[in-house]
Design a protein around this ligand. Structure first.
Ligand code: SF4
Length: 334
């Protein structure tokens, strides 16, 4: 009997991540790839990569999924436990930093703040609507300035006299940035001004009304950007700590949750095996008429059977067993 390991998968709208943790909660393998609008193919790709990396004497004893496509991922891989991103990020942060009091998480298209007190989530806030406090804000403005996103932080950090960019939203920021360029400000000063604008936006929107207390942990893909870290430290007057594997903390949290679940229940995993990377799934969409939002819902089928649904602004369709009850009762689906 080999050693047990635990798989965590975090599928977001911009990136798909996975982490494999050992029995002593050490990180054995991890991957971070773009979702590229193809979450199923990318989940399969991650499973394929992991199958090549882990030794044959290691045994997947638990699987956890998180992220906006957590139910989809859970169905494809056979998850034992499915949790939201707030829980997964909080579990990972408290694993590495037991005293953490504030978690700043900024991804490609959303951002979050999680307030931790005594090791548990006391409050949280999310921003999924305004791009000005997310990674896509920087991507967009970097493109506008002709700077590759990989060079962004290195250039921004050279700033000596940052310009104040009106960064209330991406449209204002862009027109103000063009104005500052025409005034002759240097590119590093404009780039660092954008970092400061993102930080102000984050604190005034996502962090509104939250008590941001140290120790503060910064995780998510945007934590790669050292200029953003500096801007947060200047704005908050506190040291910002970045975990070594900040970009896969959601997946690490999901793997730890899978381990906790296995320790508590002792149940045999539902993991469907590495061969799921070769299955052909069918996808289709329909419109939900449950409220005026009229969300477009995507559904996953294999051999005519519905495995998962996602894409709504609420979770009405995401749990398939729950959905099937609703379908049968209301005839919403035709
Ligand atoms: S999925 Fe939810 S939010 Fe979207 S239309 Fe249906 S009931 Fe409304």
């Amino acid at each position: 009997m080999g050693k047990n390991i635990y798989l965590g998968i975090d599928v977001g709208s911009v990136t798909t991540k996975c982490a494999v943790m050992g029995e002593d909660m050490e990180l054995i393998a991890h991957h971070y790839i773009p979702t590229s609008g193809k979450p199923i193919a990318q989940i399969q790709k991650l499973i394929r990569e992991i199958s090549k990396e882990i030794l044959p004497d290691l045994n997947i004893a638990g699987v956890g999924t998180t992220g906006s496509a957590r139910y989809l991922a859970g169905e494809i891989v056979g998850a034992d436990i499915i949790k939201n991103e707030i829980t997964a990020h909080a579990i990972a942060a408290t694993h590495y930093f037991p005293d953490v009091r504030t978690i700043i998480e900024i991804g490609g298209q959303d951002s979050k703040i999680i307030i931790i007190r005594n090791g548990v989530v006391a409050d949280f806030g999310m921003n999924t609507v305004c791009a000005a406090g997310t990674g896509s804000f920087l991507d967009h403005q970097a493109l506008r300035l002709g700077i590759r996103i990989e060079e962004f932080a290195g250039e921004a950090i050279k700033s000596k006299d940052p310009v104040r960019i009106a960064g209330r939203c991406t449209v204002f920021a862009e027109s103000d940035m063009i104005h500052k360029q025409q005034m002759g400000h240097s590119t590093p000063d404009i780039l660092y001004g954008l970092c400061q604008a993102l930080v102000r936006n984050y604190i005034n929107n996502v962090g509104l009304g939250k008590r941001i207390e140290a120790p503060i942990i910064f995780q998510g893909g945007v934590a790669y950007n050292k200029a953003i870290i500096r801007a947060f430290e200047e704005e908050l007057g506190q040291e910002i700590m970045v975990p070594h594997h900040h970009e896969v903390m959601g997946a690490i949290g999901a793997a730890i949750i899978a381990w906790e679940n296995h320790e508590t229940t002792g149940a045999r995993t539902r993991f469907k095996g590495f061969s799921i990377s070769d299955i052909c799934y069918e996808t289709s969409t329909f419109t939900c008429n449950g409220c005026p939002n009229q969300c477009e819902i995507a559904q996953l089928k294999q051999g005519g059977q519905i495995l998962a649904r996602w894409g709504g602004r609420c979770e009405k369709w995401e749990n398939v067993s729950h959905v099937m009850d609703k379908c049968e009762n209301t005839g919403v689906l035709s």
